[in-house]
Design a binder for this molecule. Structure first.
Ligand code: ADP
Ligand code: MG
Length: 606
C-alpha cells in the first residue's frame, strides 16, 4: 500500500488555522485594533458596515510598514514582535504569533495602505484568499489602514455560521470595549453603518470606564488599589447596588490585555459575599500588572486565557483588595437582611469620607505574658491602656491586646455617636457575656459578641496572611490529636497554608502534635480550632479558592469561643473595630452579628 500522509496545500492550512483565530467579524476587529496599538498608534478608528459582513475598516496613525514588511505581514508566522524563544516570556506586545493577518488574508478580501514617517510614498496592497493581487506605491497618510471585505467568502460553513447583524455587531462592540478599556490613554472611534457608536478621547481610567458604562457611571465606581511584590492591582468595582443579573460588567486585564478567568472572578464574587442580592453578579474593572515572565499568554489562540504562575496568591490579593475597598468606602449591603440593619445606625458615616481606624498588630504579643512585664512605656501598651483594652494583671485571655488603636485615633475616623455630649459616659451594656447592647439614633443596637469577634479576627488574619506569614506562638505543651489517614493527608496537603497562618506541628504515627499556633488563639481554644480545621478540610469537597477562607474561619471561630470581658471603653472600642470590617453585619459563616430594635418597636412592646 502506498504512503498516505500528504502535506496540506498552504491555502487550506491557512484556512484551517484561520478558523482558530478568526471566528467571526469581531475577531478581525480585535486582532486589527491590537496590531494598531502594537504599532504605537494613539488614534484608532473602527468603521463597520453590516456587522462586518460588508466592511471592517481599521484606520491607525501608528508607525506604518516598509514596502517589504507590507508584503511579509500576510505570511503565516510573520511577526516583528518575537525574535527568539526567550522573547515569548517577556512579551509587552499584544500580538506575537504572526497569525492574524495571514488568517484574515486567507478568508477575506483585504486591502491595505501603509506609510512610515521616513517614506514619501506609501504602499497599497490587495490580497484575496492568501494571493497578493496588487502591490503599488500610493499616496496615503502616516500609519496603516486595513479594509476587510467579504469575510469567509471561501468558507461557506463559517459564513452560514454567522448570526444576525445584531448579534454579530454586539460581539464587535464587546471586543472594541475590551480593547478601549485596556487603553484609556488612546483615542478611539467606532462607527456602524455611518452611525457613530463611540467617540472616546484619551483620558484617565475612570473616565474611560464611565464612557463605556454610560450615564451616572461615575457614582457607581469605587476604586481598588493594591501593590505587592507579586502583582499590582488597580481599577474599580461597582457598588453592590449596581450589581446585575448578568455577568456583563466583569472585566479583568493583565498588562493591558483583557482576559477571562473564572477563578479570579470568583475572588471578586467572594469579596462581595453577603453584599449582593441572590443571583446578582458584581461589576468590576480590575487591572493587574505583573512580570510578563510570570504569566503565559500563549495557551489559547485568541489569547483571552492566561496562565498565572502564582494564581493562588493573586486570588488572595484580589479578594483582600476588593474587600478592603468595600470596607473603606463603606459600601453597604444591598441585601435587605431585615430592614433593621438598613444602617440607619447612630453613625453618620454616609456623608463623610470614612477613614478606617488603623489597626496595629503587636508581633511580640504573647497572651501568656503579663502586660506589666513588657514595660508600659511602649507605644503599644500605652495605646492599649488608653483605650481601656486589656488588664493590668496577667491574663491569658487579654486577646484584646491583639488589636490596638493609634492613641490619637478619634471619632472623626468614621463612627460618630449620636449625642456626643454623652460620649464620656459608657452607653454599652453587657448581657451574660454574650451580647452587647448600645443605644443608637433609631433605638437599641444589639450585637452578638462572639460572632462580632469572629468577624474581626477573620478579617484581620485574612488581610494579613496574604502579604505576610502570621506570627505564631510556640506551645510549651503540644496539643495532640489522634487523626485518621484521610485527616492526616488533608492536613498535609494544606501544609503551606497552615504554616503561613502560624501553625507548626509534628507527626508521630497517627498523632498530630501542634507545637505552635497563630497567636490569636488562647490555650483553651487550640483543641477546638484543630477539630474545626480538620472537619472543614477532611470531609468536604471544597474548591481551592475556599480553603483559605475555611481555615481562617475555623481559627476565627475557635478564637471567638471564649469569655469576653468588655468594660465600658473596651466595649466602645470593640464596636468601632467591628464597624471597620467591611462585612460587619455578618459573621464569616454568614450569621447575623447585629440587630436594631427601633423606638417604635420598643414602644409597641411596652
Ligand atoms: P502579530 O501581531 O502576532 O505579530 P499579525 O499577523 O497580527 O501578527 O501581524 C504581523 C505583523 O504585521 C506584525 O508583527 C507587524 O509587524 C505588522 N503589522 C500588522 N498590523 C500593523 C499595523 N496596523 N501597523 C504596523 N504594522 C502592522
Ligand atoms: Mg497581531
Amino acid at each position: 500500500m502506498s504512503d498516505l500522509i500528504r502535506l496540506l496545500p498552504e491555502h487550506i492550512a491557512n484556512q484551517i488555522a484561520a478558523g482558530e483565530v478568526i471566528q467571526r467579524p469581531a475577531s478581525v476587529v480585535k486582532e486589527m485594533m491590537e496590531n494598531a496599538i502594537d504599532a504605537g498608534a494613539d488614534k484608532i478608528h473602527v468603521v463597520i458596515k453590516d456587522a462586518g459582513r460588508t466592511l471592517i475598516r481599521i484606520v491607525d496613525n501608528g508607525n506604518g510598514m516598509s514596502p517589504n514588511d507590507a508584503v511579509m505581514c500576510f505570511d503565516r508566522h510573520a511577526t516583528s514582535k518575537v525574535r527568539s524563544a526567550d522573547d515569548l516570556f517577556t512579551l509587552t506586545t499584544k500580538g506575537f504569533r504572526g497569525e492574524a493577518l495571514a488568517s484574515v488574508a486567507a478568508i477575506a478580501h483585504v486591502s491595505m495602505q501603509t506609510r512610515r514617517e521616513e517614506d514619501d510614498t506609501g504602499r497599497s496592497i490587495v490580497v484575496e484568499g492568501t494571493k497578493i493581487k496588487s502591490n503599488d506605491a500610493c499616496v496615503c497618510p502616516l500609519g496603516t489602514t486595513f479594509d476587510v471585505k467579504n469575510l469567509f467568502f471561501n468558507v461557506p460553513a463559517r459564513r452560514n455560521f454567522m448570526k444576525s447583524d445584531n448579534v454579530e455587531f454586539n460581539h464587535i462592540r464587546e471586543e472594541f470595549e475590551r480593547v478601549v478599556l485596556a487603553h484609556p490613554n488612546l483615542s478611539f472611534t467606532l462607527t456602524h453603518n455611518d452611525i457613530e457608536i463611540y467617540q472616546l478621547h484619551q483620558g484617565g481610567l475612570r473616565k474611560r470606564i464611565a464612557d463605556i458604562l454610560g450615564k451616572g457611571a461615575n457614582d457607581k465606581l469605587v476604586p481598588v488599589e493594591e501593590k505587592t511584590d507579586i502583582v499590582s492591582l488597580t481599577g474599580f468595582v461597582l457598588k453592590p447596588e449596581f450589581a446585575r443579573k448578568s455577568r456583563g460588567e466583569q472585566y479583568l486585564f493583565v498588562n493591558d490585555r483583557y482576559f477571562r478567568d473564572n477563578n479570579l472572578g470568583h475572588a471578586v464574587s467572594k469579596a462581595f459575599e453577603g453584599l449582593l442580592a441572590p443571583k446578582n453578579f458584581p461589576g468590576y474593572f480590575l487591572y493587574l500588572t505583573i512580570d510578563p515572565k510570570k504569566i503565559d499568554v500563549n495557551v489559547h489562540p485568541t489569547k483571552t486565557e492566561i496562565k498565572f504562575e502564582e494564581d493562588r496568591h493573586i486570588y488572595m490579593i484580589i479578594l483582600s483588595a476588593v474587600k478592603q475597598t468595600l470596607g473603606k468606602y463603606n459600601v453597604m449591603p444591598s441585601l435587605d437582611f431585615d430592614q433593621e440593619t438598613s444602617f440607619d445606625l447612630p453613625y453618620s458615616m454616609k456623608n463623610q469620607p470614612v477613614v478606617e481606624p488603623e489597626i496595629k498588630v503587636n508581633p511580640m504579643y504573647n497572651p501568656f505574658q503579663s502586660n506589666s512585664g513588657k514595660g508600659s512605656s511602649s507605644g503599644f501598651t500605652k495605646a492599649v491602656s488608653a483605650q481601656g483594652f486589656g488588664n493590668n494583671t496577667a491574663s491569658p485571655q487579654d486577646w484584646e491586646n491583639f488589636y490596638s488603636i493609634e492613641e490619637e485615633s478619634n471619632s472623626e475616623q468614621g463612627i460618630l455617636f449620636d449625642s456626643e455630649e454623652e460620649a464620656t459616659e459608657s452607653r454599652e451594656t453587657l448581657i451574660k457575656d454574650r451580647y452587647l447592647i448600645t443605644t443608637c439614633r433609631s433605638g437599641l443596637l444589639m450585637i452578638d459578641i462572639q460572632r462580632a469577634f469572629e468577624r474581626m479576627v477573620y478579617d484581620d488574619l485574612f488581610n494579613r496572611f496574604i502579604s505576610n506569614p502570621i506570627e505564631s506562638q510556640n506551645l510549651l505543651f503540644p496539643v495532640e490529636k489522634n487523626v485518621s489517614k484521610e485527616e492526616l493527608s488533608a492536613w498535609e496537603e494544606q501544609e503551606q497554608m497552615l504554616k503561613r497562618l502560624g501553625f507548626q506541628w509534628e507527626i508521630r504515627d497517627d498523632t498530630l502534635m501542634l507545637t505552635a499556633v497563630p497567636s490569636v488563639l488562647v490555650q483553651e481554644s487550640i483543641q477546638v480550632c484543630l477539630d474545626l480545621i480538620l472537619e472543614e478540610i477532611a470531609f468536604k469537597a471544597i474548591d481551592k479558592g475556599d480553603i483559605a477562607h475555611l481555615i481562617v474561619r475555623s481559627v476565627a471561630t475557635a478564637a471567638g469561643k471564649k469569655k469576653h470581658q468588655l468594660s465600658g471603653a473596651a466595649a466602645e472600642q470593640f464596636i468601632e473595630l467591628l464597624f471597620a470590617c467591611p462585612e460587619h453585619a455578618l459573621s464569616p459563616s454568614g450569621k447575623k452579628i447585629m440587630q436594631t430594635l427601633t423606638l417604635d418597636e420598643i414602644s409597641n412592646r411596652l
